[in-house]
Ligand binder design. Structure first.
Ligand code: SF4
Length: 372
């Protein structure tokens, strides 16, 4: 059984302008020792979803289930939740400065956090544990650095402190929300390595929220691509990068910078829709080069792609079975393989979702005639 199973999660907020439908029917599962990445542009609902699972969205209207270790977190009492947060679920956020109090020493803050969850541990033992944790996340001379203030640590070191605090009680699940966004590339790699090491050592499951597909390629076992509050595509990492189906995923991949920075980026045109007034049909239709009449009136379900129930896509483009993918999708796969071979160098989006390999007429031929 999965460590965390989220089923049909829906989250909305009342605002003076109307009801914001922040998360719309999201379902996923994460196993022990596995990393699930949730990706998407800002405002896609990825952070709200995980904050709701840990009940950090006061005032939100919530429905669905989030079963963690056999218990539905959305129904749990506040006492139970307090126990689970920190003890069993650790959290790391993007900006460590907002999570660390500038007035208190690093060691004191870690010791307090340990004490809040384990009163039986002496302060001396908690301090020793704090030093051990700082060492685990790669802070040099950890025992000495316990007496430093947050401003005496670099951004990368502060983020490592946050990971140390999140891991202090060996949580079964770590939720990391854009943990490396504010860091330079070198420090980012170090922080990701720290998370990987801790996962290997403790078998921790990780939910990684990011807009950075390079980080996803590095870390994830499974990937959920979110757009306008809903999952557009869900797949194991390899399928997501080599055989993605949804044009939005293709757009995200095409937006990746190259390692050498020599190729052009292909941004996704337009911007996400208002979550107060979603367009009818597919929410991506106003930005999608492949949209036709049906897309603008009927919402595509998240259905298996290529006959594989682990790979799902919410798109009306044909969902071939494995046989037809082999026969008809070679060109599509080759374009992806070529891209991935140079680790995410940018190619034209039309190569990523190749109309011909899907048996569709070219954009020029279609000329708005509809291809339903
Ligand atoms: Fe594009 Fe239509 Fe697929 Fe939506 S359903 S992503 S508009 S092709």
């Amino acid at each position: 059984m999965a460590l965390l199973t989220v089923e049909d999660l829906r989250v909305s907020f009342n605002t003076p302008d109307g009801v914001v439908q922040a998360v719309r029917g999201l379902s996923f599962a994460v196993d022990r020792g596995q990393t699930l990445a949730i990706v998407g542009e800002s405002g896609s609902g990825k952070s709200v979803a995980t904050q709701t699972i840990t009940r950090l969205t006061p005032g939100a209207k919530v429905s669905g289930r989030a079963v963690f270790d056999g218990q539905d977190l959305l129904q749990a009492s506040h006492d139970t939740l307090r126990h689970i947060r920190g003890d069993k679920i650790g959290m790391v956020f993007q900006d460590p400065l907002s999570s660390l109090h500038p007035y208190y020493r690093i060691g004191w803050q870690i010791v307090e956090m340990i004490h809040a969850h384990d009163r039986s541990m002496s302060r001396r033992a908690a301090r020793a544990r704090a030093a051990e944790l700082l060492g685990l996340v790669g802070i040099p001379r950890p025992a000495e650095r316990l007496d430093d203030y947050p401003h005496q640590f670099s951004g990368g070191m502060r983020q490592r402190v946050m990971i140390a605090m999140a891991m202090a009680l060996n949580p079964e699940l770590l939720i990391a929300d854009e943990p490396t966004t504010a860091l330079d590339v070198t420090v980012q790699a170090q922080v990701l390595q720290v998370m990987r090491n801790l996962q290997e050592e403790f078998g921790t499951a990780i939910i990684l929220i990011t807009h950075d597909l390079g980080v996803v390629a590095d870390m994830a076992d499974e990937v959920v691509v979110m757009y306008a509050g809903a999952a557009m595509e869900q797949a194991p990492r390899r399928d997501m990068f080599y055989h993605h189906h949804h044009p939005y995923t293709g757009g995200l991949l095409a937006s990746l910078p190259t390692r050498g920075g020599q190729a052009r980026l292909t941004p996704i045109p337009g911007s996400p829709p208002s979550l107060i007034q979603l367009p009818p049909g597919c929410p991506f239709a106003p930005r999608c080069a492949y949209a036709w009449d049906k897309c603008r009136t009927e919402t595509p379900p998240l259905d298996p792609v290529f006959g594989d129930s682990a790979h799902r896509s919410a798109c009306w483009l044909p969902h071939e079975d494995e046989q037809s993918r082999r026969e008809g999708g070679e060109q599509h796969a080759a374009a992806n393989a070529e891209r991935n071979a140079v680790l995410f160098s940018t190619v034209d989006a039309t190569e990523l979702v190749d109309r011909e390999s899907f048996g569709l007429p070219s954009t020029e031929d279609e000329q708005g005639k509809g291809i339903a």
